[in-house]
Design a protein around this ligand. Structure first.
Ligand code: GLA
Length: 416
């Protein structure tokens, strides 16, 4: 584990204090705890972060009240208990910098420290948003030239998560500093993300670091070294099946880059948004869980329908996402309009997702025959259908009829 310099100094100071406070010979000796174990800073994102983010529903309109409301609702709906702990403010909270370069909030967010305290008082964590450029995507102040100052500011507010969005950095810095030199532009991008990664570490506060540069220049290759805990792999999601399917299925091949502390991010959830059908919401959530994706809901929590809540709080599906091995699913095979993905889980278990990508209410009713042999499985497999909650036995070549954009998600405890 890399430890930042100021943190190392703090740790050394703590170790010396502990040495000074050794018990006298008369006091019974306290159990010996190795200093490293006692002082190890908490790790973040050991499983994919779960929470809610303001962008997909509120976009630029989000206010302090909306964030408090989201925090209240995460508790009231049971989403917090299901694991959704980060309440993340996306773009448009930023105001102006003062003469000392200190960034202030705008009038929608009168007191960020008070807001963070409120969110923390609910047993939740709070996230914020900025970017390496002069401006954010929505045209607010970015962190360019103020990285350390902003990181310290976030830490002083009690921020637990930063989404750092490239946007204006691409035209204003990369392309201006290295016109027509894509390789150099890439190095500039990496350095900018590493700079904020270092600044966050130097605060000594555990802050999840989320890179948002839309998958440019293969961030999965370099984001962990820049301190990143997750990195967007694509351009923005939208609440329609086509976009969700394009993003979800394009994650094939990236699985070897995911693991505890560092995750591919196919973008935030659209469950409950737009005109997605229930099948689409289920398939979207299942696929993201298979992909070990961050589960950041982005829906209108106060008006969430019961069936949407049931999807977002399905404990069995969440357990797939949060499996401690952190192994992202890979494509088993695709055949015609059907995608078959598998994910290895702790304890030797296996999850299988079968998704019908076909349009227009068509059933995958050629019918589709699930090949267990192609998945390396032999003979009947006893599992649990995670959407009906019932036992299911999968057999080789069994016909499976799925409605358009629906999913069969099965967990097999002891695959053979
Ligand atoms: C980009 C990001 C989105 C969102 C907006 C905010 O488009 O990809 O997720 O943060 O910026 O302006």
């Amino acid at each position: 584990m890399r430890i930042s310099a100021p943190l190392t100094v703090t740790l050394l100071a703590l170790v010396s204090l502990a040495a000074l406070a050794q018990p006298s010979s008369k006091t019974p000796a306290a159990p010996q705890v190795p200093p490293k174990a006692r002082l190890a800073p908490p790790q973040v994102a050991m499983t994919p972060p779960m929470g809610w983010n303001s962008w997909n529903f509120f976009f630029g309109k989000v206010t302090d009240q909306d964030i408090r409301g989201a925090a209240d609702q995460l508790v009231a709906t049971g989403m917090k208990d299901a694991g959704y702990v980060y309440v993340n403010i996306d773009d448009t909270w930023e105001g102006e910098r003062d003469a000392n370069g200190v960034l202030h909030t705008n009038s929608k967010f009168p007191d960020m420290k008070a807001l963070a305290d409120y969110v923390h008082s609910k047993g939740l964590k709070i996230g914020i948003y900025s970017g390496p450029g002069p401006k954010t995507c929505a045209g607010y102040a970015g962190s360019l030239g103020h990285e350390e100052q902003d990181a310290q500011l976030y830490a002083s507010w009690g921020i637990d998560y930063l989404k750092y969005d490239a946007c204006s950095f691409i035209p204003e810095v990369m392309e201006k500093q290295a016109p027509n030199d894509k390789a150099e532009q890439m190095r500039i991008m990496q350095a900018a993300y590493a700079k904020m990664g270092k600044a966050l570490k130097a605060t000594g506060r555990p802050i999840v670091y989320s890179l948002c540069e839309y998958g440019w220049d293969a961030p999965w290759e370099w984001a962990p070294a820049a301190g990143g805990n997750l990195w967007r792999t694509t351009d923005d999601i939208q609440p329609n099946w086509d976009r969700i399917a394009v993003i979800g299925f394009s994650q094939a091949g990236l699985e070897r880059y995911a693991g505890p502390g560092h995750w591919n991010d196919p973008d935030m959830l659209e469950v409950g948004n737009g005109k997605l059908t229930l099948a689409e919401n289920r398939a979207h959530f299942s696929l993201w869980a298979m992909l070990a994706a961050p589960l950041l809901a982005g829906n209108d929590l106060p008006n969430m329908k019961p069936e949407i809540k049931a999807i977002l709080t399905n404990r069995d599906v969440i357990a797939i996402d949060q499996d401690k091995l952190g192994r992202q699913a890979s494509r088993g095979y695709s055949e015609g309009e059907v995608e078959v993905w598998t994910r290895h889980l702790s304890g030797g278990a296996l999850a299988i997702a079968v998704i019908n990508t076909a349009y227009n209410g068509r059933f995958a009713s050629h019918p589709f025959h699930l090949s267990l042999a192609r998945l390396g499985l032999h003979g009947p497999q006893q599992g649990k259908d995670l959407w009906t909650g019932k036992p299911i036995t999968l057999t080789d070549n069994m016909p499976i009829e799925l409605a358009s954009h629906d999913v069969l998600l099965v967990r097999i405890a002891a695959p053979k």
